[in-house]
Structure formats: C-alpha cells, structure tokens
Write a protein that binds this ligand. Sequence first.
Ligand code: PBG
Length: 327
Amino acid sequence: MSFPARRPRRLRTTPAMRRLSAELVIAPQQLILPAFVREGLSEPNPISSMPGVVQHTIDTLKAAAAEAVELGLGGIMLFGIPETRDAMGSAGVDPDGILNRGIAAVRAEVGDELVIMSDVCLDEFTDHGHCGVLDAAGTVDNDATLQIYGEMAIVQAEAGAHMLGPSGMMDGQVAVIRQALDTAGHQDVSIIAYAAKYASAFYGPFREAVDSQLTGDRRTYQMDAANRREALIEVELDLAEGADMLIVKPAMSYLDVLADVAAMSPVPVSAYQISGEYAMIEAAAANGWIDRRAAITESVLGIRRAGADTVLTYWASELAQWLKEGK
Ligand code: PBG
C-alpha cells in the first residue's frame, strides 16, 4: 500500500478536476453593483481614486443598469451626489433630488428585471457630511435623524426602489423605516440593513466618489474595528426591527464578522467590498505588482467563502462578463 493513502492533490490534477471539486462558485445573480449618479453632469465623471468607476449622468446610469440586466446581476445599489447641500440634507427627501430621480430613471429603464436598491443616508446630502443631522452641540442626533430617514424611505419607495439600504448606523433605523414604509402603503418594499458597518479607513475613495464634505470621522455611530461580538447585537436588533437582508461592511478586514453573521442569520447576508478594497487591488495591478483578474476573483471568492450570499462590488459587471465568457 502506498503511503499516504489520502492524497488531496488527486483533486487538483487538472482544471476539470479542480472545477468539479470547487466548494463554491460565483454567479452573476450574487453580485450587486454600487453606482453613483451626480446632478448637473453632461458627461460621466471619472473618480480618480477608483479607476474604472465614474459618477454617472442619468443617461449613463440607465445604460449601466441595462447592462447589469444583460449580465444577470442580482441588483444595483444607487448613491446620489446633489449639486447643493444643507445642514438638514434636504436634497435627500426632495422627490426631485438626484438620487430619487436616478431611482425613477433606473426603474423606468429596467422595471423589475433587476433589484433596485438605494442608499438611505444623509451623508451625501448634508453640508457637514455626517450621516445624520446635528444637535446644538454638533453631535449627530440619532432620533431627529430617524425621522428624516423615514421620509427618505417613503420618497425612495415612491421613486421605484425595490429595496432600501439604510447605511447611517443610527439606532432604530430599520424599525423607523419599516414603519414609515408600511404606513405609506409600501409593505412590499424590502430593507437590506447595513447591520455591522465599521468605521473604516478604507472608505477613503468613496468620500471622493460622493464629494464628501466630512471633516471629522464617524466613530460615534459606526462600529469600532476592535469589536467582533458587538456585531451580533447590531444584527439581532436589525432582525428584530424587520431587516429582510443584512450587510457586513467592509468585507476584507471583517471576514470573521461576516462568518459569524452568516452562521447565525436566518436571512440572506451580503458583504460590501468597499472603495478602498477596490482601489488597493486596482493600484497594485496598475503597478504590475499583482495579476488584476486573479486578484479580483480571489478577493470575491474569499468573501463568498466567509459566508456572504451576495457581494456588493464595483467589479460586479466585469466579473459577470468574465463568467459569461466562461473563461
Ligand atoms: C454612507 C456610505 C459610505 C459608503 C457607503 N455608504 C461611506 C461612509 O460610511 O463613510 C462607503 C462605500 C465604499 O467605501 O465603497 N452613506
């Protein structure tokens, strides 16, 4: 008898054998494309820290959504960049605000062929850049912010969003949004809750993407990078408040949290591969330091392997294109 009897390398001998023994695959339907639409643009505007990602015009946003349908993506997550901002983030609740116009345009373009998601948060709309409104002391006022989130939710549902993504990490945000939607007759509009969202240095490029006005940080509302168990409290609260799906964010530096959440969640779990994760791989690849496509694929496989059912990634369309080509 030869020794050892068990030779794991047998299953690695050929590409066909490796394909057969793969424990999981990436499918286009598991990918969600985050997309930015900016008011007042006549041409799409490149985001320098996110090569290949743009601030869309309404027209190019519609085209990106139509392409997402072609490619079989699971969804699109919309963010809006208004021309004018104020302390209350009024452009977010204005039915004519850029995000709401973007939602309506995408819904008119793709109907129900793609799950249209939208960001329920004030940071793109406030002149101070925080995710909520401020009290007299300059602190983000949780409950005053919740009221505005409720209004935003109704306006976004009315514009045509299928699923809302509250990303502001205010306590009670899912409950307030659920109640607002139900009261306004939008029982079928669902909520994908950013349950465990950490204060991360890797959001840097996103701040450029939305022309963020933030000068401080978000540490009084986003989670601390040191905390793993606390994520389960956030998840339990969001589930109890009616979250239909959950998001863990960022992905790469929080794969343990993602695995914990995936192990206990009765609802689908998503992970957001954020702007800084995108920028790092793009920058290293542009320098010839890593193989771009292999690194992108591996990074998304790692997120799926940790337990994500779906992945928000700026590479969603390109990945789906690769999968379609079968290469
Ligand atoms: C807040 C929001 C942020 C991101 C998504 N929603 C920024 C933040 O919390 O500072 C970051 C996404 C990314 O970095 O790709 N509305």
